[in-house]
Design a protein around this ligand. Structure first.
Ligand SMILES: [Zn+2]
Length: 82
């Protein structure tokens, strides 16, 4: 069985403010998440969903700045899964 993978969006400041589970049935939403992150100037990193659950990849936006506004948007269905 394949381990579920996720994409995280890292800001230029180094924090991670976005997450999207890469599931085949949500390919379109995943592509949109990646495209939007790139447009915001974020770096996309692929990791296992377990990396996120275990805290190896921290979902922690800065206190202020563009990364917080990005994190405050309504999470998609996929992001709510975690
Ligand atoms: Zn930040």
């Amino acid at each position: 069985m394949n381990e579920p993978m996720s994409y995280v969006a890292r800001n230029s400041c180094g924090c991670v403010s976005g997450l999207c589970v890469d599931s085949p049935e949500h390919r379109r939403e995943t592509a949109r998440f990646v495209a939007e992150a790139v447009r915001r100037g974020q770096t996309i990193e692929r990791c296992t969903t377990e990396d996120v659950r275990s805290g190896r990849v921290h979902l922690r936006p800065c206190e202020e700045g563009p990364c917080v506004r990005a994190a405050q948007r309504r999470p998609s269905k996929q992001e709510a899964l975690l």
